[in-house]
Design a protein. Structure first.
Length: 62
């Protein structure tokens, strides 16, 4: 399984990631990841959130 992280200093808490996949992201003062590992079923939506983030604040963890 894959892991994803938020680069907090880039996050503007716009909520786009949460609107795409609220099972993985929640936005409070900044966005945060609420799962340890992304499941196969979530990968496509997480990638959409990464691609859609206006400040490039989301990335896959190697």
């Amino acid at each position: 399984m894959k892991k994803v992280k938020i680069i907090e200093e880039n996050c503007i808490a716009c909520g786009l990631c949460e609107s795409i996949i609220s099972d993985v992201f929640v936005v409070e003062e900044v966005a945060r990841v609420i799962v340890d590992e992304v499941t196969e079923n979530q990968i496509e939506s997480v990638q959409e959130a990464i691609d859609s983030c206006p400040t490039d604040a989301i990335e896959w963890v190697e």
